[in-house]
Write a protein that binds this ligand. Structure first.
Ligand SMILES: [Zn+2]
Length: 310
């Protein structure tokens, strides 16, 4: 075995699909494949697919003359990284699944289990848009909103595996109901799905968040109002994040970041208006796209490997 042959088996499991890859220690992807999660089959079947795919990837690595040295798996929901347990997930249905040990037994490789957004933040902070800046807040805005606070290349997990739930910061006490059961959370106002919902409510027509951004830019008053409401709420949430974490860089990822300057220009201004003595963070778009989860799962696995061999 030579160091250049080493790869990590990496999986990023989402509600609809799994992004899977063989990743070199320097973050280069040597092979990538995608599989359907098909969560409707239930968590046991999903776990079966995860293990089969991971085993297949390790086999593919060996067949290609590479040496799989570890396995990293990212999942959504509440994740206990220390115990390697997928504690709870709304969209995949996990309830206390000891996924790390199951994968370790099946593959015979050191395995790490991480949270999808936290490992995504890890990858953006170390290899992507937050590289070389030390303190990074990664915020993924899609169907929901979640964040990862990364300090010197390591993402805070929290006492219960639930750090970074910035989507559930209360920003509008009289606002729309949130999936968590309380009204007015940030993601009930500013997630991509919330923007679409609000536009439908006011305009009586359906539109995606991207379409709302386009229509707002074209001067449509209702779209402009919905977009402005979302940007203001996001700025409230990010200002709270900055008060708590004092980061150098905020990296925005997920579907909403695709709006580019239509999001970043007004958001930067609104955030600046809310900061008093706090230093203004650099506000940038994520650089790794939907590969971040897979790369981050690989980084987490390598970190675990380094700790175990110490
Ligand atoms: Zn909530």
């Amino acid at each position: 075995m030579t160091p250049g042959d080493e790869v990590v088996v990496a999986l990023d499991v989402g509600g609809t699909g799994m992004k899977c890859a063989l990743v070199r220690p320097d973050g280069a992807t040597v092979h990538a494949e995608r599989h359907a999660t098909d969560a409707a089959r239930g968590p046991e079947a999903v776990v079966g697919t995860i293990l089969d795919v991971a085993e297949g990837l390790a086999g593919k690595a060996r067949a290609d003359g590479l040496t799989p040295v570890a396995c990293g798996i990212a999942v959504p929901g509440v994740v206990d990284e220390a115990r390697g347990v997928a504690v709870w997930s709304a969209n995949v249905g996990f309830r206390d699944v000891p996924l790390r040990d199951l994968a370790r037994e099946r593959l015979g490789l050191p395995t790490a289990l991480g949270h999808d957004v936290r490992v995504g933040g890890l990858a953006e902070a170390r290899l992507g848009a937050g590289r070389d800046t030390g303190h990074v807040l990664f915020v993924a805005i899609g169907t929901g909103i979640a964040a990862a606070h990364v300090v010197d290349g390591s993402a805070a997990v929290g006492a219960h595996g639930a750090a970074g739930e910035i989507g559930h910061i209360l920003v509008r006490p009289d606002g729309p109901p949130c999936g968590c059961g309380r009204p007015g959370c940030l993601e009930s106002v500013a997630s991509a799905s919330a923007i679409g919902r609000r536009y439908a409510e006011l305009a009586g027509a359906t539109a995606t968040a991207a379409e709302v951004a386009d229509r707002a830019a074209a001067g449509e008053p209702l779209a402009g109002r919905v977009w402005r409401e979302a940007v203001e709420a996001l700025a409230d949430g990010l200002a709270t994040g900055q008060a708590l974490f004092d980061v150098a860089t905020i990296v925005i990822g997920g579907g909403l970041a695709q709006a580019g300057p239509r999001l970043f220009d007004p958001l930067r201004t609104a955030l600046r208006e809310r900061l008093t003595f706090h230093r203004e963070p650099r506000l940038v778009a994520a650089a790794l796209g939907d590969e971040a989860g897979c790369l981050g799962a690989a980084l987490l696995a390598l970190d675990t490997l380094a700790k175990e061999s110490r």
